[in-house]
Structure formats: structure tokens, C-alpha cells
Design a protein around this ligand. Structure first.
Ligand code: 1PR
Length: 550
């Protein structure tokens, strides 16, 4: 197989990138020192997380002069995500840390006054002046996850000789990809962008993208650009979730509970077995799921950490599923079976190396939030959320919330944040608050969802997976009141979860709340509806969705 060099300088999910490169017919050779860069012909600089962290890693390892020399020599170079950002001179994320300066401009942060930040999801990378740029297609969608961006100013980078593809998030149009001569870079993750992303990777690897760019005389910046900028491109994300655990025979199965009870109602009360995790993840990918989430819903206390069952599931899934993968369950400081202490960060690292893009933290986040308030809202950098988000970026840390409704007769009957509900309690109570739970709903704590989500946002979580135990498995629709309450309290994206029973419930949650994504489980596992049916329904009602490209 022909080779592509990949720079291995910083943590992150490079496994998926390797899988994607192999999928398009190339073999990866690792660059492990600045000297190796000289041997590279086609070089890819991946990157996730923090601009300053990535650039300082590259700088202290002596890579920056070698990268500049590679680019100046006219050899093919591709930057991905922070790999694109590294081409700029600076970023507001870390103003003291210089970038490569190939693009003499500075990045800034998305404005979060009217929208969630990070920008997570499927958006455009359109270049009307050069509609076949690196096989980017106007109607395709690409997976982005970032808080910092270069704002697109019509004609500005083009005047410097760059071809520019853009996406629009809210009222901000940003640079989604750039190309000039031997240099190509994407703000989105091609390895996570399904078939559309694989096409882009192939265009870089086989040189067809650079060749077409050299032959193409761009017809400047024309009217199409205005039309494209005006069009918000972010789609409504539909996520398939697989709750995974060992059944009574010891096999790992996808299961699904009713209000978190995953045992059959029949006499033997066996664990409900709905299928095999890797096969089901692939099925949902092919139905068009925008992300797949695995939750290990039982503890792995008796299992050596290195043999965590989800590691193998992730490795195998990431070979065929090219959309983001999240894994949750058991991400906390722990003690291995041989007595060795293993930090949550080390566990997360194992997951990222196995193909996860995000880790989801449940119980440990609740405990950390309680301590945060007890300690007067001071952060010491020692929680799993802080440590993982510092190393891998906020976007890599999801907090999974398992709240339960608590009814109260009056708004001020509790110190907790209450809402007036349309669905009164058993004694006619008109108010309720949502209590956080741990250990899969087994233990309820004196902490409400607002306290929890605000605390974890302060710690650096990048997204909230908002379950609802009362709604889980009921097929009665999402808890819109809960979602609205949480959305008004935080700026990071929220994934609505629990209760989806048909495509109309997805429409409701997207139309009646400002949720950033919605997740379903049981209705997909039981074969009642496919992910594609949900997306078709949303599309018919005029909501932007990503179409699966086979
Ligand atoms: O606490 O960090 O070890 O994480 C444990 C994780 O496992 C948490 O994310 C917690 O939500 C999850 N979990 C624990 N026990 C259960 C259970 O069901 N017994 N599952 C469980 C949570 C909730 C959703 C579900 C939606 C949609 N599952 O993921 O998929 O409610 O279902 P629906 O569409 O069928 O209604 P830690």
C-alpha cells in the first residue's frame, strides 16, 4: 500500500484517522521525531484540543522548523482541526503561543451569547468559487467540533492565494477548509465525516486534490458566496445510544431499561438482550446516525483495567464506523485488580487510543460537583473533568446526567431550582425540581440538574448528555420541561435523551426546545423505527439534517 506520514505528537483519537486512511487505501508511517519529517512525502498533522497545548508540544519537541521546511519544500501537507489552526499565526485560545504563521491571521472564539459553544456537529465546507476543492461537495456535511475559528471575510484569504471553504454557525461564517499549492487543511474531522470525509482524505492522499487545485483557475469570489454565507449549515444531530453490559451468561450485549431497569418483566428477570454492540453500531452508522454512544452501564470492578470490555468494542467499531464515538461508564479514579491506582485520565486515554472521540462521565461528575460547592466554587484542577478536558480539550468530555423528578407543592418549597410543570405530581403538586442520581439511578443526591450542569461547565465539560429517569424507556417523548430548564442555565451543548418513541418526538424536541442534539435507544433497538426514518421526518418538516452517503 502507498504511504502517508502521520505526526504522532499529541494525545487524541488518532486510531480513527489511521482506520480512515487505511480505508482509502493508504498505509500510515509514523513521524515520531522532527528528523522523521524529512523522510515524509505526504504529511498529515492531526490535532484535537487546545491550541496552546498542541503548539507548545510541537515546539518543545522541535517540530516547528521541520514542519515549515516540509511546507516550504512544496511537499503535500494536510492539517486537521487544530492542525488547521496551527497554520495561523495565533489564537485567542492562547495568545502567548505563536502558530506556524503560514496564514498570517489570528483565530478567535465563537460568540456564545445566542448559541452553544463548542460548535459541535455536521456543517458545510462549501467553496462556490471552486466547487470541487479536494472533493468537498456543496451538499455534503462534515463533522466539526471546535470553539475557536477563523472568521470568514469575503475575499480576504483569497487575495493571499488561498481557496477557502466555509461553514456558517448562527450568524458567524468561519473557515472550514483552506488550500493553496501543496497545503490543505480542514477545521472539520474528515475521519469522522462518514463517506464525505473519506472522499476528502482520498483527494489528499492520492494527490488528486492538489492536482485539481493547480489546474483550476478560481472564478474569484462571486455572488454565490453571499448566498452560502447566509445559509446556516449546522444540522440537527441524531444520536443512537447503546447501553452495554454483560448478561447473565457473561456475554456483552446491548440492553435497554425501563426507567433504568434492564431486566425482563418475566419470572426469570434475565437481562434484556437486544443485540451485539459492534454490529448494532455499524447498523446505525449505515442508517445515518450522526454519532454513536456506548454506555457501559455496569461497573467493571472485577476486570483488569487493560481488559475493559469497551476497549475492544471501540477498536472494532472504529474500523467501520466513521462518525464520532462516545464511551461512558466507569470513568473515574480507580484501583486495578492488582492494587495499582489508575486515574480517570489514564482510563480516558485508553478509550481515546481505542477509537473514542469523547468520554462521558456520570457518577463521578456528581461527586465532583458536590465538592465544588462545598469548597466555595474553587477549582483545583484535580477532578476527572478538569484533567481530561485539559489534556484532550473540552469537546472530549461529556457529562451524562441521570436526573429524577421531585415534586413540591410550592415554588419555594425547596432550595433547589424548581419549575412549574404542566404535569402535576401524584398529590397535585404543581412544581418540581430534578435531583441528580449516581450509580445508574440507584442513589439520589441533594444536588439539582442546574447545580450539576453549571458546576461541570465551569470545570471544562464540553457537552451534557441529559437523560431523564422518569422518561427512560417510556416511548412517551422527551422531557421538554427539563431540557428547557437546563438549556437556559448553560452555554455548552445539550444532547436530549430518554423517552423517544417515534420520529415525531425528535421533531418536538428540536422545535420546542433549543437542544443541540437528540438521542434515541429503545425505539431503534427494537426495530420500531430506523435512524433514517427519524431524519427523513425531520427533513420533511424543514429541519436541516445530514443525509447518509453510501
Ligand atoms: O456513572 O460514570 O459509571 O456512568 C454510567 C453511565 O451508564 C451513565 O451515563 C448512566 O446514564 C448509564 N446507566 C447506568 N445505568 C443505566 C441503566 O439503564 N440501568 N443507562 C444507565 C442510562 C440512559 C440512556 C438511554 C436513554 C434513551 N441509559 O443512555 O439510552 O434514556 O433511552 P430511550 O430512548 O429508550 O428512552 P458512570
Amino acid at each position: 500500500m502507498p504511504k502517508v506520514h502521520l505526526l504522532d505528537y499529541v494525545a487524541g483519537n488518532v486510531r480513527s484517522l489511521v482506520n480512515a486512511i487505511e480505508k482509502v487505501g493508504y498505509e500510515v508511517d509514523w513521524v515520531r521525531s522532527p528528523e522523521d519529517v524529512a523522510n515524509a512525502e505526504k504529511l498529515i498533522l492531526p490535532g484535537v484540543g487546545h491550541f496552546g497545548h498542541c503548539l507548545s508540544q510541537l515546539s518543545s519537541a522541535g517540530y516547528l522548523p521541520a514542519l515549515r521546511a516540509h511546507i516550504d519544500a512544496g511537499k503535500p501537507f494536510m492539517g486537521i482541526c487544530v492542525g488547521l489552526q496551527a497554520l495561523f499565526s495565533a489564537s485567542a485560545e492562547d495568545p502567548d503561543c505563536p502558530g506556524l504563521g503560514v496564514l498570517p491571521r489570528a483565530l478567535d472564539r465563537f460568540d456564545d451569547t445566542a448559541k452553544s459553544v463548542p460548535h459541535i456537529g455536521w456543517n458545510n465546507a462549501s467553496c462556490p468559487a471552486n466547487p470541487t476543492l479536494y472533493d468537498l461537495r456543496q451538499d455534503s456535511k462534515y463533522y466539526y467540533v471546535h470553539s475557536y475559528k477563523y472568521p470568514y471575510k469575503k475575499g480576504e484569504l483569497e487575495e493571499l492565494g488561498w481557496a477557502v471553504a466555509t461553514g456558517t454557525y448562527g450568524s458567524e461564517t468561519f473557515v472550514g477548509a483552506v488550500a493553496k499549492g501543496n497545503v490543505f487543511a480542514t477545521q472539520f474531522h474528515p475521519e469522522k465525516s462518514g463517506v464525505a470525509g473519506l472522499r476528502v482524505l482520498r483527494a489528499f492522499c492520492d494527490g488528486s486534490g492538489a492536482k485539481a487545485l493547480a489546474e483550476h483557475v478560481p472564478h474569484g469570489v462571486d455572488g454565490d458566496v453571499d448566498e452560502m454565507i447566509a445559509r446556516e449549515g449546522l444540522t440537527r444531530r441524531v444520536i443512537a445510544c447503546l447501553d452495554v453490559r454483560a448478561n447473565d451468561q457473561g456475554d456483552l450485549v446491548v440492553t435497554k431499561g425501563d426507567q433504568y431497569d434492564v431486566r425482563e418483566k418475566s419470572e426469570n428477570r434475565s437481562v434484556r438482550n437486544l443485540g451485539k454492540p459492534v454490529e448494532m453500531a455499524k447498523k446505525y452508522y449505515e442508517q445515518g446516525a450522526d454519532e454513536v454512544t456506548f454506555l457501559n452501564i455496569t461497573s467493571f470492578r472485577d476486570c483488569p483495567v487493560a481488559d475493559l470490555p469497551m476497549l475492544e468494542i471501540l477498536r472494532r467499531t472504529s474500523e467501520t464506523v466513521f462518525v464520532p464515538l462516545t464511551v461512558g461508564g466507569g470513568i473515574r479514579d480507580t484501583v486495578d485488580v492488582d492494587g495499582t491506582k489508575v486515574s480517570a485520565l489514564e482510563i480516558a486515554t485508553m478509550y481515546f487510543k481505542s477509537g473514542a472521540d469523547k468520554v462521558s462521565i456520570g457518577s463521578d461528575a456528581v461527586i465532583a460537583a458536590e465538592e465544588y460547592y462545598r469548597g466555595g466554587k474553587v477549582l483545583y484542577g484535580n477532578t476527572a473533568i478538569e484533567q481530561i478536558s485539559k489534556a484532550y480539550g473540552n469537546q472530549a468530555v461529556v457529562v451524562s446526567v441521570d436526573p429524577k423528578r421531585v415534586y413540591v407543592p410550592k415554588q419555594d418549597a425547596t432550595r433547589h431550582a424548581t419549575i412549574k410543570t404542566k404535569y402535576p405530581g401524584p398529590k397535585g403538586e404543581e412544581y418540581c425540581w430534578y435531583a441528580c442520581t449516581i450509580k445508574g439511578g440507584r442513589e439520589t443526591r441533594d444536588l439539582d440538574v442546574i447545580e450539576l450542569t453549571q458546576a461541570v461547565e465551569a470545570m471544562g465539560a464540553g457537552e451534557i448528555l441529559l437523560n431523564c429517569i422518569d422518561k427512560d424507556g417510556t416511548n412517551s417523548g422527551f422531557d421538554l420541561e427539563l431540557i428547557r430548564q437546563v438549556k437556559t442555565a448553560i452555554r455548552i451543548p445539550v444532547i436530549a435523551s430518554s423517552g423517544a418513541g417515534n420520529p415525531g418526538h425528535f421533531l418536538d424536541v428540536f422545535q420546542e426546545t433549543t437542544t443541540d442534539a437528540a438521542l434515541g435507544a429503545g425505539m431503534f433497538h427494537r426495530g420500531e423505527y430506523t435512524v433514517q426514518q427519524v431524519k427523513d421526518h425531520l427533513g420533511e418538516k424543514g429541519l436541516p439534517v445530514r443525509k447518509f452517503e453510501g
